[in-house]
Design a protein around this ligand. Sequence first.
Ligand SMILES: C[S@@+](CC[C@H](N)C(=O)[O-])C[C@H]1O[C@@H](n2cnc3c(N)ncnc32)[C@H](O)[C@@H]1O
Length: 282
Amino acid sequence: MRRIAEEVLGEEKARLIWSRLDIVGDIAILKRPLTDSITVSDLARVAEELVRRLPYIKSVWLAESPVEGPYKTRRFTHLAGEERSETVYVEHGCRFKVDIRRVFITPRLNYEHLRIAKLVSSGEVVVNMFAGAGLFSIIIACKSKPRKVYSIDINPDAYRYMVENIELNKVGDTVIPILGDAAKVIVKELGGVADRVLMPLPELALDYLPYAVRALRGKGVIHVYLHVSTPKGTDPLKTSEQLVRDRLRELGVRHVVLGSRKVRPVAPRTMQTVVDVVVESD
Ligand SMILES: C[S@@+](CC[C@H](N)C(=O)[O-])C[C@H]1O[C@@H](n2cnc3c(N)ncnc32)[C@H](O)[C@@H]1O
């Protein structure tokens, strides 16, 4: 693919779009380059060539915006191939039907999905507060032996795909899809049930931390995902751990930070991180 981009645009321009290309199923997504020197017609030419020469790419879309709004979706323009935005994406042997225009999806959480799945012990109850099309939840159910994974999302389309993906991966005995606001769902029906809580929505993580604590059955682990800016001379992991410690202290909750890691860069000088923390709730 890199060679195709280089042939169409030259080495310098190809370098600027290469790292902004994602493949989801049989769809290629080009994120708008961070420079005006590459036009939409440049990208359309690359897209045409990708479809013409790579049989596994059926459709190419330009992501016009970063993820936005409560459902964390992007605005897209069709560039080449079939004008279809639904596909089946395979990760760690699990299959996920998604519509890239209707639900959040990125292959860049691939490592993190499996990392969390491997941490889950047999018999655990997990609450995934921001489940999207069900990737963390289903990969956990396929790779580990949780008792239950409660999988919440507020986006009706994400919920619909999650239900379908649970069927597709035959994990209906374990993964329970729930449509709604995670805070309300936990208060109403999931208080004190969980050994582990996932919070893969950085924008709400610190605000919703009290609900994650509330979902725990006594002592348990919370995975808090954050976006932190990374000015020179700062350590995004130290910043992230401090943010989580400060918030838990404010809530008066006993806790021990197990560790943290950089998940992926999400914007210039902004990093997605995760802090794994053991929390004891009363
Ligand atoms: C970053 S995406 C989740 C990604 C997903 N965990 C994955 O691995 O692909 C965040 C999700 O949170 C959902 N969301 C936003 N606000 C919510 C809320 N208050 N309660 C539950 N889900 C919410 C969005 O609809 C979106 O699907």
